[in-house]
Design a binder for this molecule. Sequence first.
Ligand code: BT5
Length: 261
Amino acid sequence: MPETRFADIRRFESIDSTNRYLLDEARAGAPEGVVAVADHQTAGRGRLGRTWEAPAGANLLVSVLLRPAIDPGGRHLVTTAVALAAVDAIRATGVAGVAIKWPNDLVDAGGRKLAGVLAESDLAPVAAADGRPSPVVVGIGINVNWPSADSDLPPELAGLAVSVSQLAGGPVDREALLLAFLTALEPRTADLGTPSGRARLGADLLADCTTVGTRVRVDLPEGSFEGTATGISPEGHLVVATGGATRTVVAGDVVHVRPGS
Ligand code: BT5
């Protein structure tokens, strides 16, 4: 990609996981900006050991290696930067109604999942030794041409997943979407490095976040609680009002609770 930091695009017909590949590359000292794109993943990863489903050749499965100069506490904004760049790219195809469900999903107006983001970094000691900001690998799976119809979905995703092509009403060019995504990611990545840029990422997340203003159940390892999502902190964390108190959720699964359910 000329005029971006994403010049080194490595393409795979089949790989276990583009995130796994770039984590290994980061461990070996690879610089910021390396991109891995796969036609198919045999072990595509979601969060918390979950899997990401995509048939060969249909969707966008891409990871980028970033080395953002950002405090560990602000690392959620890296997920935000990638999610916002994907929203930018999908909107440029003419599809409307795409929003971000905190922390890491892109959803359509009906709440069906269009894409998921996974940021991984377990490499701080390595990075500290070489003086560069420590690496974060951020992967995104975007349902581009699969499912082409709801009947394509396995039972566990029925009614829960949707593709850009379904929303666009016809096939979507994966390569064009990749280039639009990387082009949009360049300024979003630059924003990670400055206080004003981080404020812009937070404001844009707030504007596009379907979670804020809704009743939510937050599932944490230590238990669940319900409340109303009232905002996004400067670090990109979710602010939830619950029982007269305010809690800031750094990580966790958030379920949008429908009134009356
Ligand atoms: C995510 O996890 O949403 C992060 C997905 C990241 C995938 C990319 S692909 C490129 C890169 N390389 C990788 O190995 N991973 C990244 P999470 O929030 O945990 O959601 C996972 C859940 O989403 C699954 O348990 C399913 O319920 C659901 N799911 C799986 N595949 C889906 C799909 N294609 N569309 C919609 N939902 C899906």
